[in-house]
Design a protein around this ligand. Sequence first.
Ligand code: DQQ
Length: 488
Amino acid sequence: MPATLPKTASFQEKRRALAHDPHRPAYHFLPPANWMNDPNGLIQWQGQFHLFYQYNPNGPFHGTIHWGHAASEDLVHWRDLPIALAPTPGGPDEEGCWSGCAVNDDGVPTLVYTGVSPQVVCLATGSDELLAWTKPAHNPVIAGPPPELEHRSGGHFRDPYVWRADGRYYMVIGSKEEGVGGLILLYRSDDLVNWEYLHPLLRGDVNDSGPFWTGTMWECPNLLDFGDRQALIFSVQATHTDLLYPVYYTGRLQDHRFTPETGNILVHGHCFYAPQVMRADDGRHLMWGWLKEGRSPQRYHEAGWAGVMSAPIELSLRPDNTLGLAPVPELKALRGRGWHYEGVGLNLGSFELLADVQGDCLELAAVFEADEVAGGGLLLRRSPDGEEQTRIVYQPAQKRLVIEREQSSLDDEVDRQPCSLPIDLAPGEHLSLHILLDRSVIEVFANGRACLATRVYPSRSDSVGVGLLARDGRIRLKSLDVWEMKSI
Ligand code: DQQ
């Protein structure tokens, strides 16, 4: 935040002060200023969507964690609301109000969250409009891990996620068994206050590396109900500073036991983390995640803000029991000027810039012909001379989509490692990419079943070109649509 702006500045003043930052996303939600991490407490209340988030009002770094709050009628435009939770001196959340969820407890809005330190479960009940929150005197409602884990979890016990079934409350919470792996613990309650520990719902194995490593500690669990199948989603830590990725398992939850059938990394790219999923009134499973910074702490201190929320993503259960992901259709409301192309082809070793299309806030939908996407793809954020550019390239031999970032920025304080998404196309299947570009944010949805997210920080103001690239073979686009996206 510019040094001239006092801490007491209003949300609006803070937003205005940062509005000209070329890296600051324009149509993804982020706080007025300072630090943000996980989405929390997602709930639809009296028709409005409420999004809470891990927030530090004291600067762009993880510390003094509060719950920021915003609301939306359409999932697209958000209104800042007063901070919902702040640490209470002398209370069980004195060192931070960490992640948790929101529950409609027979008409009483209730936040179930992590107090630190040590990590415990706390409650807060809300006023009718969700604007004022009261912490009951009986906090914490769970004072720590179950006795069997007391000396084996290293105190890792956080991020309660609550749902109702058979007239009772159930809760999953993230933990670990040191040297063994991550844990999701299951609890039950009738009143959100008195909790009975049941057993681990899922256990990780730190020594098992395939098909993906599930790390040493599991946080931010979610339980999704798709009828005859359920899904567990959680985020995987390697160490407390190395946050890997969110993963999911689908399977069956029966008699309080979960039998996983299939699993995968939910969003690739090491940028999207700690997602939370809510059930909207219309039945959709809606997910937001934290998009971490890909630049040095020094850079985000200078910028005055760090962290941004992903686009709202709808999750679905596919016929093969994997999860499908797609940005919600409500985002179409932000589309401005658009361009449509059909049957564009490009020969080996060439690239072509789209003459009329430029921008750093765009939505793109590209459908590549099945057999003709060899080593080709799209160019984004390209400067006219190509000095800066970001390439989204499909590599058929490796069966993966790569975002090449080594030329994304001239600034050596930013991460320029490539990031990739495994995607295996069936014979004859087109490669269909749905891309959201929002200044420093890139989210790519591939064939409705896989997602790759990353951050780029071009340093040149003219790095706004868009183009096509055919590197190792010929490419042919069945169609390409590009829209300018409006700011929210
Ligand atoms: N972030 C929160 C924790 C959670 C972690 C702290 C995940 O509750 O485990 O800000 O990013």
